[in-house]
Design a protein around this ligand. Structure first.
Ligand code: HEC
Length: 480
């Protein structure tokens, strides 16, 4: 080919490219954002790009599923089954959506921990952090409302947990329950609300906040090595250091292609983990279809295991308050953090308190998660005690025991006369009847390997007596 001609074509293409860049406003974006000089990013600073990529994948796979999903309570479950088993590659799309959701929660926590270590919320990035706190809670809301849409037993149970949580909030509790439920009863409207929240309300808010967050990251940059090495108190000081690092031969780089390449590689690596999990393990298995009559099994998604194990460790009287007070205080605490901690030091080495704090949190969460995998117990208390079958009259003591049965969370695992949860045996159907003293010692310290918590130290002698009295009577309840 004639080289002159080729370069003619090339020239024309270039001119066209330029024209498009000018017409659609890409040129200033390219020159001020993409090509700007920034301080070199470390590999772990690719976690932000990872979150952005995972979110984008969630949006794409989520929208794909809305093409088939039905948000009516009597069809939702079947439509998810349909997506999983009949639609070509439906299982993969669901699988990717599920696994990226879980990994996103993990990455989100690590993103927050990283900024606690570094002091990423300090001047001038308080705004970036504050927006991030809202994003944090919105993503958690997504990760929760999402699995409700399957409308299987797990979903219905999860809704009950949240309703219970809201119910315990003082003053406005009942209004909150009505708001979430969509009426006086749990039902079709509840699912419609969760759908609307999961598909419209939260994603729109979240995408808007992500845009502001990214804008602020561009504006104020990422925490640089220079900031970690030297104390920074004012925004001016920060700007000076930041500009110096950006322009320096040794510490600076061009955002595109250098930073984008490195953070993109981190993001793709993490996404491939989600993708491989989706390929090999598929989407989440479905429990039997949720029905609103029988009590379902307590199973939350794995990213919440640490939290339910934490609640399970608390004394039963504190748990119902703790499980709404904890998220609220976390939210307030995170919002106040940039105001409370205004010290000039950044970087893990200069922030030993936060280093210890983060390490303890991570160990604690892993430990609790492990505990949860070995016990089906979720401590989500069910306030309604089991009822005695018609015709059975309870003594005063065993009636007190019946009430305590719920107070101590026995009914979060044990049914009595077929009503209630089925983690442990139905106490009205025990094969080998237990004596008073056997019951005493069993409840205080169940044998090793039994998925029931030890009650020793968590229950008074008098309360234990009452519960045992109730279980003794329950053993004699008429069997159908
Ligand atoms: C984490 C769920 C859980 C909680 C909470 C729980 N249990 Fe259990 N419980 C179990 C499981 C699981 C077993 C079955 C043990 C086995 O495999 O033999 C069991 C067994 C028992 C048994 C012996 C049943 C038999 O067949 O021998 C009794 C009695 C009992 N639990 C009473 C209670 C009482 C009373 C409470 C409340 C103070 C309570 N449990 C709380 C899970 C739980």
């Amino acid at each position: 080919m004639d080289p002159k001609k080729r370069s003619g074509v090339q020239e024309k293409l270039e001119a066209l490219g330029n024209k498009i860049a000018v017409t659609f406003g890409y040129a200033p974006f390219r020159d001020t954002v993409l090509k700007r000089l920034v301080p070199k990013a470390a590999w772990y600073q690719g976690d932000g790009a990872t979150l952005a990529l995972l979110l984008a994948i969630q949006v794409v796979t989520g929208i794909t599923m809305t093409l088939y999903y039905t948000n009516a309570a009597d069809h939702a479950y079947d439509s998810v089954q349909h997506i999983t088993h009949q639609i070509t590659l439906g299982w993969l799309v669901r699988g990717i959506h599920f696994w990226t959701a879980g990994i996103m929660v993990v990455m989100l926590f690590s993103h927050v921990f990283r900024h606690l270590l570094l002091g990423g919320y300090k001047v001038p990035r308080q705004g970036t952090w504050t927006i991030g706190v809202f994003q944090f809670f919105l993503v958690l809301t997504m990760s929760f409302t999402g699995y409700v849409l399957r409308w299987d037993e797990r979903a219905v149970y999860a809704v009950r947990v949240v309703l219970n949580m809201f119910h315990n909030v003082p003053v406005i509790g009942d209004e909150l329950v009505l708001l979430v439920q969509g009426g006086p009863q749990l039902g079709s409207l509840t699912l419609t609300r969760f759908f609307s929240v999961h598909v419209w309300v939260v994603p729109l808010l979240l995408l808007g906040l992500v845009a502001i967050h990214i804008y602020l990251v561009i504006l104020h940059g990422i925490t640089t090595k220079a900031e970690r090495d030297q104390a920074v108190t004012t925004a001016e000081e920060h700007k000076e250091l930041y500009t110096k690092a950006s322009l320096s031969e040794e510490h600076g780089e061009r955002f595109h292609p250098h930073t984008t390449f490195m953070t993109g590689a981190v993001a793709l690596t993490i996404f491939s983990i989600a993708f491989i999990l989706a390929l090999t393990m598929g989407p989440r298995e479905m429990y039997p279809e949720g029905n609103l009559v029988s009590q379902s099994i307590p199973r939350e998604e794995w990213w919440f295991w640490w939290y339910s194990a934490l609640i399970a460790q608390l004394p039963p009287l504190i748990a119902p308050v703790f499980y709404w007070v904890f998220p609220v205080s976390l939210f307030v605490g995170m919002l106040l953090l940039p105001l409370l901690d205004r010290g000039p030091n950044r970087g893990a080495r200069k922030r030993p308190f936060w280093a210890v704090f983060v390490v303890l949190c991570v160990i604690g969460m892993l430990w609790l998660t492990d505990l949860r995998t070995r016990s089906p117990w979720t401590g989500w208390p069910d306030p309604i005690p089991p009822s005695a079958p018609g015709g059975v009259v309870l003594s005063e003591k065993s009636e007190q025991g019946r009430q305590l049965f719920a107070r101590y969370g026995c009914n979060s695992c044990h049914a009595v006369s077929a009503r209630g949860r089925k983690v442990g045996p139905d106490l009205a159907r025990i094969k080998h009847l237990l004596s008073r003293s056997e019951l005493h010692s069993f409840i205080l310290a169940p044998p090793e390997g039994v998925a029931m918590p030890k009650y020793r130290g968590r229950i008074t002698e008098a309360d234990l007596d009452r519960i045992v009295e109730f279980v003794l009577v329950a053993q004699t309840f008429p069997r159908e």
